[in-house]
Structure formats: C-alpha cells, structure tokens
Design a protein around this ligand. Structure first.
Ligand SMILES: Nc1ncnc2c1ncn2[C@@H]1O[C@H](COP(=O)(O)OP(=O)(O)OP(=O)(O)O)[C@@H](O)[C@H]1O
Ligand SMILES: [Mg+2]
Length: 485
C-alpha cells in the first residue's frame, strides 16, 4: 500500500491560508484576461512604452507574467515560483498555439518567460536566504559579544580567584581576586607558572587531575590543594577545574579557587576540641568506673557478707528477723550486681586489663546475654597492639554498632570480625537482620536526630580511620571500620 506524502499537501494548505497566494492568483488572472481581450486598447503611455521596447502588446503581457512568478518565489520559495510559472504557461500557451499570428515567436517567448521567471525567482530566493543568514550571524555575534562582556565582568569582579593556564601550566589570564589569595600582583602572576606556588603533593594531585580530565575520566570536584603564598605562608584552596577546547582540541585549563584556609583551621580546631572532649569523657568514665569498683562495690560486698553472716549465724534471732535480714541481703546483692553492670558498661575492666579483643568478646557475650542474639568474635591475622586511644575508639564503635543490632535489626546472629594485616586493622560488625535503606551520606542521619552512625564515623576519622556501612532491606547490615597500621 502506497504511503501518502502529506508534506506537499501541507505546504499547499499553508500557502492557501496566506493572502499573498490569492493576490498572485488575482494578478495572474488579470494578466490572462488582458492577454485574451482583443478589443482592449492600451492607454497611450503603455502603447508608447511597448513601442519603445520594440514589443508587441502580447509579448509585453507575457513578460508581465514574470512579476507574479518572481513574487511567488519571494513569498513561497522555489516551489511557489515553479507552480506559478506552470500556471502562467498554461494561461499563455493556448494563445501562442492557436491564436497568435507568429506561433513560433509566441512559443519561444512563453518558454523564455517560464525559464527566466524561475531563474530570477531562484536568485531572489537565494538572496533573501543569504540576507537572513547574515542577519542571524550578526545577531549571534552580538549575543556572543554580550556574553563575553558579561563573562569578563564576572571574571574581574568575582570573589573567587579564576585563572586560565595552558597545558604546561603557564598562566594565560588571571583575575584580581587571585592577588589576595597568593600575595602576587596580577602582572606578576601573568608571567608565572602554576608550579611556582603549588606544594609537591599538590603538584602530584594536579597532574593526576589533569590527566583524568584530558582522558575524559570523572573527577571529584571541588577538590582541595595546598599552595604557598608570596610570603611563604601556606593556604588551602578549594578548586574546580575545567578544560578549555579550541576546534575540539584541549588548549587550556580554567580554575576557580576559593580560599578555605580559615574554614580548614576552624575545622581542625573543632576536631581537636572533639578529640579532647572524647578523651576527657573516656577518662571520666574510667575514673567513675574505677571508683565504683574500688569503693562502692567493695563497700557493698562487705555489707552483703555481713548481712549474710548475720542471717545465717546462730545468734538467737527470731525467724522474722532472720527472714528480714535475708531479704536485705538479697536486695544488697541485687544492688551490687546493678552497680557492677553499670561500672562495666562505663568502662569494661577487660578492656583496660586485657586489651581490645577481650573487650570485644565481653561486648559479644553481653549482647547474647541481654538480647538472645548469638554473637561471636572472629580473629583473622596476628593480633597487633594498638594505641590506647585507637583501641578504645574501635571498642566504642563496635559497642555502638552492636547496640544498633539489638535495637533495630531483629537479627538472630551477629558477627564481629577483627582482621589484622600488614597495612590495616579492620573490624566488621555484621548481622543477619532486616537491614535498611542507606542515605546518600551517613552524616545526613544526624539531621533527623540519629547520631549513632555519625558518631561512629567521627570517632573513626579522629583516629585516622574510615567507616563504611553496607545495608539493604532484608539483607542484613555490616559496619566496617578500617584503621591504617
Ligand atoms: N544493624 C542495623 N539493622 C537495621 N537497621 C539499622 C542498623 N543500624 C542502623 N540501622 C538504621 O539506621 C538508623 C540510624 O542509626 P543510628 O545509630 O545513626 O541512629 P539511631 O540508632 O536511630 O539513634 P541513636 O544511635 O542516635 O540513638 C537507625 O534508626 C536504623 O533505622
Ligand atoms: Mg544507634
């Protein structure tokens, strides 16, 4: 089955809707009427004109047909001119063949009008397209100039330092904000290579980023770099880098840099403060736990023994008094167990006396005792002695992770795997519970008041480690903390 091409029909329908189409039709009809009206006499000036051009009246009318042809070309393109010239041909031919006294001449003239009309129309059409194209070009160039001007203003007035350097690192252009950042003037910077103010490790990172960008590999942006100012002091900048292409070839890099030295210093202070606060908290826990152990627990032990001795001794006590004493002994014993548990929770004695691994075993046993979740500790590799700070941090992270297993997972099993290899110490706390959907960043949980995982991450970072969480609904959860050896 043939497929109808609607584009020509559409074109015609659109042409019908334009007044120009009907106007051309009317003009053509009028010329045709004129052409076949023998009795008509031209006004004197027209007769004069045709005589001057050495044309007879009918030849003149044929030439007149070129006007609607060219006009149609102008309004509707080559298609319009061609259709109008066909209509003119159809209108002129009967006279040329059947009526004209010189049919050969008339046919020749009609054909010439047909060809010339189309050629002229095509030319006009081309000229118009050319003019439109030129106008469009001018508009684009103007827009380009405006946007370049805007970029220049932005470049000059930006608070962030912006510069362009070639593929070798020679600065091509740099803005005023860079003066404040580096201490060099714009003129001096314009003659410098970026290598002169990058530290060695920053230079390495710059090379890596450069080759990644050139190879079209993803780069995490913005990234941080350390630079040296003119006076030798160091500054930290946050950078965003992009490649500048010319004719599809890389020619330069553009950098936008923000001074984050102050912010970094504040973060470091905050971190230091946090570290001190955590140390103080641990010290305090240890002190209270030891005090409970050495004083309170000892006093309760003595009290409990005395009550026991009293209740079981033969001192002629009445049955009521003995029962009452036994009750008091029971209560003292309960209090004793409570205080022992509390003291252990604060700071397990195993952790201080025997080290991290027994501390973790105590955590596992404690979880099983209180929740019924089967928990075990597995050791891989040879145990290495860790600093007290690292051992306590790893213990606290595990404690918090197990608390989550108990509170949220609904698991039946939990596993603590401790791995020591040459370069790392790694602890993984995993469960076979219901899992959960992880947010984009662990820190996002803190916004909704969930501080456990965020705190674990902070503690890992404070000892130079990292924390990773893996979880999926119905597939359990595993928390891994890794510490370089
Ligand atoms: N082992 C786990 N199994 C299932 N869900 C978990 C597990 N660990 C954490 N989650 C989920 O992650 C959320 C965040 O845990 P996080 O420890 O940060 O906060 P929290 O336990 O809710 O509160 P907080 O620890 O501050 O008392 C939990 O609310 C829980 O939905
Ligand atoms: Mg928690």
């Amino acid at each position: 089955m043939a497929v109808t091409d609607y584009s020509a029909i559409n074109w015609l329908t659109r042409a019908f809707r334009r007044p120009g189409f009907w106007f051309i039709l009317v003009i053509l009809a009028l010329i045709t009427l004129l052409h076949y009206e023998e009795a008509l006499a031209y006004p004197a000036f027209l007769s004069q004109l045709t005589a001057n051009l050495s044309l007879d009246r009918h030849a003149f009318e044929r030439i007149l047909c070129m006007a609607p042809i060219v006009w149609a070309g102008f309004l509707f393109g080559w298609r319009g001119a061609f259709i109008t010239s066909l209509a003119a041909l159809a209108a002129m031919l009967p006279r040329a063949i059947f009526i004209s006294l010189y049919p050969m001449d008339a046919l020749f003239e009609t054909g010439a009008v047909f060809i010339l009309g189309n050629v002229l129309a095509a030319n006009f059409h081309w000229l118009r397209k050319e003019r439109e194209h030129r106008t469009q070009l001018e508009i684009t160039q103007q827009e380009l100039r405006t946007s370049e001007q805007r970029y220049r203003e932005l470049f000059a007035s930006a608070q962030d330092a912006i510069w362009l350097h070639d593929l070798e690192g020679n600065i091509i252009t740099i803005n005023k904000a860079a003066e404040k950042l580096t201490g060099y003037s714009v003129e001096e910077l314009g003659k410098m290579n970026v290598k002169s103010f990058l530290s060695d490790e920053s230079l390495d990172l710059a090379q890596q980023i450069r080759s990644k960008i050139l190879n079209n590999e993803p780069v995490e942006q913005p990234y941080e770099q350390r630079i040296f100012r003119r006076d030798g002091s160091e500054a930290f900048i946050q950078l965003a880098t992009s490649l500048i292409l010319s004719d599809g070839k890389p020619v330069a890099f553009q950098h936008i840099a923000r001074d984050v030295t102050e912010q970094r210093r504040m973060n470091e202070n905050l971190r230091f403060y946090l570290q001190q606060a955590i140390r103080a908290q641990e010290e305090e826990r240890k002190r209270i736990s030891h005090e409970l152990h050495d004083d309170t627990i000892q006093a309760l032990v003595v009290l409990s023994r005395q009550l026991d001795a009293l209740a079981s001794g033969d001192k002629g006590l009445s049955e009521d008094t003995r029962l009452h004493l036994e009750e008091l002994w029971q209560q003292t014993d309960n209090i004793l167990r409570g205080v022992r548990r509390f003291s252990q929770d604060l700071r397990p004695a195993a952790l201080d006396r025997l080290g991290m691994l027994p501390g973790l075993e105590w955590l596992a046993a404690n979880l099983t005792e209180h929740s019924g979740i089967a928990a075990e500790v597995n050791l891989k590799g040879e145990e290495r002695r860790l600093s007290e700070e690292a051992a306590i941090a790893l213990f606290r992270i595990t404690q918090e992770a197990l608390r989550n297993v108990w509170r949220h997972s609904g698991a039946t099993k939990a596993e603590i795997t401790v791995e020591f290899d040459e370069s790392k110490t790694r602890i993984t706390i995993s469960d076979n519970g219901k899992g959960f959907n992880l947010p984009g960043k662990i820190g996002d949980l803190a916004k909704s008041g969930k501080l456990g995982l965020t705190g674990m991450q902070e503690r890992a970072q404070l000892i130079g480690g990292t924390l990773a969480v893996q979880s999926q609904p119905h597939k359990g959860t595993s928390v891994t903390v890794e510490l370089p050896a």
